[in-house]
Design a binder for this molecule. Structure first.
Ligand SMILES: *Cc1c(COP(=O)(O)O)cnc(C)c1O
Length: 402
């Protein structure tokens, strides 16, 4: 294939804005990246909580939501929690991450992945991304571990820092599945559990299997900007009954079941999702399939709109995968941040919200001393990725189409 010319704002900038505008139609107000959407049933279920008084940490919707999120992700067990960060933290604690350990995470992820590692008392250890999936690269991980890791008494240690490495946490960027088979294989060679940060990937599929249940344990987020929302919320899913029980115990103040006695057998968390939020979640889950279809259609419209445009392409779902297309992303062919920033300014001036991908986490002063691998791909992606409006309803109003 002929290589298209590199991105040049002067030549392509306005074309990008026009292409997005053609897809989303005319607009009177600022178009955000992702808006929550609610159906009629949301009102009924939330009202039921208010009518019955079951608004807090006990109630039937919590149980229902836990069962339904397990089904949706093809896991045997689900535990609903207060947010995705808490879900990741307890998933780590349950799989044996201990204070002073290192946990392998991508440098290119939302800060919550690394925050959760720190909340578990461990240190994030950053590795590189894959060009096609944007997520953790299995080959680069294997090369890095070969260089720095050593196995001793059934555990894996970082030879340079002396710390134990105790888990690998891949993340499905914008809903695009990472290569979980390859990552599971590398992790298992070092005896490391894989904790899936599936916060962005509810409804995505890897080789026909739903994201969230592809490692030892997985975490979802239902924050307001995610594909489904409970206002704020998260869930842990796993096929391992002991792990699920451990997560439930840790997130419910480690209370030992008893008819009246308050016995708590460790210092634990109050991370349980309130019934009010779970009711909203049950309503949202009813809409998941329809929403996935709309988002797939929007993604394909963006793809068509950018076909043949020099220097820009729409990020596609990886081969053999179905993405939930939570956030659409453009990849601009440049290594010049100024080019990207001019494009961001133009789009935002036109009332089209656009945002760069996250700052690589090792650049944040809070994680500056964390160990890391070489990050050539992540560093390139950091300059090249731009998120564009991705709400499910966008572009579906025929009267607004040009
Ligand atoms: C949203 C998100 C989280 C955290 O979820 P919260 O519910 O906001 O705590 C974790 N990881 C990734 C990759 C996310 O996008």
């Amino acid at each position: 294939m002929k290589r298209l010319p590199a991105f040049d704002f002067a030549r392509h900038g306005l074309g990008v804005a026009d292409a997005i505008q053609r897809v989303i139609g005319s607009q009177d107000t600022f178009v955000p990246l992702h808006e929550p959407e609610f159906s009629e049933s949301a009102w009924a279920l939330v009202k039921d909580c208010l009518d019955t008084g079951w608004v807090s940490s006990v109630g039937k919707y919590v149980d229902q939501f836990e069962q339904e999120i397990a089904v949706a992700s093809n896991a045997a067990f689900g535990v609903a929690v207060v947010n995705g960060t808490a879900a990741l933290q307890v998933a780590m604690l349950a799989t044996g991450v201990s204070p002073g350990d290192e946990v392998i995470v991508p440098a290119l992820t939302f800060v919550a992945t690394a925050n959760a590692v720190a909340h578990a008392g461990a240190v994030p250890h950053f590795v590189d991304s894959n060009e096609a999936t944007l997520g953790m690269d299995a080959g680069a991980l294997a090369t890095h571990l070969e260089r720095i890791a050593t196995r001793r008494n059934g555990a894996t240690f970082n030879r340079r820092t002396g710390r134990r490495i105790s888990a690998v946490v891949p993340m499905h960027v914008f809903g695009h599945p990472v290569d979980m088979d390859a990552l599971n294989a590398v992790a298992s060679a070092y005896g490391l559990p894989v904790i899936e940060d599936a916060a962005e990937a509810l409804g995505s599929e890897y080789k026909g299997r739903p994201c969230g249940s592809l490692g030892r344990i997985g975490a979802f987020s239902f924050n307001g900007n995610k594909i489904l929302t409970t206002g704020g919320g998260g869930a842990v899913v796993t096929d391992d009954e002991d792990l699920a029980k451990r997560v439930k115990h840790l997130t419910t103040t480690a209370k030992v079941p008893h008819r009246w006695a308050f016995v708590h057998d460790e210092i634990a968390f109050n991370y349980r999702m309130p019934n009010l939020n779970a009711a909203l979640g049950c309503s949202q889950l009813e809409e998941l399939d329809a929403r996935l279809a709309l988002k797939r259609r929007l993604a394909s419209r963006y793809s068509d709109a950018f076909t043949g445009m020099g220097g820009v392409k729409v990020v596609q779902e990886p081969e053999g995968c179905r993405s939930n297309f939570w956030l659409n992303a453009l990849r601009i062919d440049t290594d010049d941040v100024a080019q990207r920033d001019r494009l961001l300014a133009t789009l935002n001036d036109r009332q089209i919200m656009a945002r760069p991908v996250w700052t690589l986490l090792h650049r944040l002063p809070i994680f500056a001393t964390s160990p890391r691998a070489d990050l050539p791909v992540a560093e390139k992606l950091e300059v090249q990725l731009i998120n564009i409006p991705s709400s499910a309803h966008l572009g579906n109003d025929p009267s607004k189409q040009e």
